[in-house]
Design a protein around this ligand. Sequence first.
Ligand SMILES: [Zn+2]
Length: 167
Amino acid sequence: MMRFCLIVSFAMAIFACGSGRNSASSAAMHNETPDTLLPVPATEEEWKQRLTSEEYRVLRQKGTERPFSSPFEQVWDSGTYVCKGCGNELFRSETKFNAGCGWPSFYETIDKSKVKEIVDYSHNMIRTEVVCGRCNGHLGHVFNDGYGQPTGLRYCINGVSLGFRKK
Ligand SMILES: [Zn+2]
C-alpha cells in the first residue's frame, strides 16, 4: 500500500511539472527529505523512479537549477541539509550563509568524507565540482573566493539536490 501511494504521488508529480508550474512551487510540493540513508540505486531507471525530473536533471545529469529558484536559498532554520538522492548528511545550517549568488551557500561540509571534489573543465572554466560522497550525485561547485568565512570557501549548492532535516 505504501509503495502504491508513492507511485501515485510520483505520477501526480510528473503531471504537476508538466502543467508548467515554476520550479519553486514544485520544489515545495516535493520537499520530502529522506529521513534515513537510502540504498544507492544501481540503475538510472531506479534513479528516475526516486527523483523528480528536475532532481534527476541536476543530481544525475549535472544540471544547474535557475538562480534564486530554490526555497532553500532563503531558509535559515536550524537543522541538517542532506543529499536528496540518498539521505547522506552534508551541511549544517550553522555553516549556511547569504552569498547573494542565488544558490544555497555553505562555508564547510559536516566532514570532508561527505562530499567528493572533482576538477570540472566544462563551459571553458576550471571549477571544482562537488558531488555526494555516497551516491555521486551532482551538488554544485566550491569556490575558494573568500566569501564564506571563516574558511574562505563557498560551497554553492543546487537546492534541488538537497533535503532539509529541521532540528
Ligand atoms: Zn547522495
